[in-house]
Design a protein around this ligand. Structure first.
Ligand code: HEC
Length: 177
C-alpha cells in the first residue's frame, strides 16, 4: 500500500516538471570526436578495433619487469594477492583449476584489450599501443604461445590459437526472465 502511495507521488512529481526547460548546470561539454575516440577502445575477439602497432616478447620483457612483475611475479606465477598469468595448463578439469592467460583465455586479442584497458592495475590506460603489443607478447611467451622474437601485430594476433580456444561450450540452459 505504501508503495502505491509512493508511486503516485512520483508520478505527480514527474508530471509537474516542465518539459523542454531543462536546467543548465554549465558542467562538462558536449563530447568531441576526440573524447569519443579516447573511450572507443574495445577490441573484439576477431581483432576488430586493434590499433596499428607491433612488439616482440623480447621488447615486452622490459615493460613487464618494470610494471607487471611486482604483482604477477617474475615468471608470471602470481602471488598470494595477485593472479598468475602463466602456467596452469591441464588444470581446468581438476579440483585445483589455475586460471591464467595460457590455461584459460580463448583469444589473444582480448588479452590485448584487457591489458590495454585495465593494466597496470594502478595506472590503467598508461601503456602505448606498442607497449601493449610487446608486453602481451611477453605474457604469451611465458605461456609458450609465441617465440621471444616473434612480431605480434594487429594482423598476427587474431591468428594466434590460444590453448583453451575450444574449451568453451555454449550454455545449454534456456534464458529465464
Ligand atoms: C598492483 C598490482 C598489479 C600490477 C602492477 C599489474 N597487475 Fe595485472 N592484475 C592485477 C589484479 C589485481 C588483477 C585481477 C583483476 C580482476 O580480476 O579484476 C590483474 C589481472 C591481470 C590479467 C588478467 C588475468 C586473468 O587471467 O584474468 C592480466 C592479463 C594482467 N593483469 C596483466 C598485467 C600486465 C601485462 C601488467 C603490466 C603492464 C600488469 N598486469 C600489472 C594486479 C596488477
Amino acid at each position: 500500500m505504501s508503495n502505491m502511495i509512493l508511486c503516485i507521488v512520483i508520478i505527480v512529481a514527474a508530471a509537474t516538471v516542465p518539459i523542454g526547460t531543462a536546467t543548465r548546470y554549465n558542467l562538462g561539454h558536449p563530447a568531441t570526436a576526440g573524447d569519443i575516440k579516447a573511450c572507443d577502445i574495445s577490441v573484439a575477439p576477431d581483432g576488430a578495433g586493434l590499433p596499428e602497432g607491433s612488439g616482440t616478447a623480447l621488447q615486452g620483457r622490459a615493460v613487464y619487469e618494470a610494471q607487471c612483475a611486482i604483482c604477477h611475479g617474475a615468471r608470471g606465477e602470481g602471488n598470494a594477492d595477485y593472479p598468475p598469468l602463466a602456467g596452469g595448463r591441464g588444470t581446468l578439469n581438476t579440483d585445483k583449476a589455475v586460471l591464467t592467460v595460457g590455461s584459460y583465455w580463448p583469444y589473444a586479442t582480448t588479452v590485448w584489450d584487457y591489458i590495454h584497458r585495465a593494466m597496470p592495475y594502478r595506472n590503467p590506460g598508461s601503456l602505448t599501443p606498442n607497449e601493449v603489443y610487446s608486453v602481451t607478447a611477453y605474457v604469451l611467451f611465458m605461456n609458450g604461445i609465441v617465440g621471444l622474437r616473434d612480431q605480434v601485430t594487429a594482423k598476427s594476433i587474431p591468428a594466434l590459437k590460444m590453448p583453451n580456444r575450444d574449451g568453451f561450450v555454449p550454455d545449454p540452459r534456456p534464458d529465464v526472465k
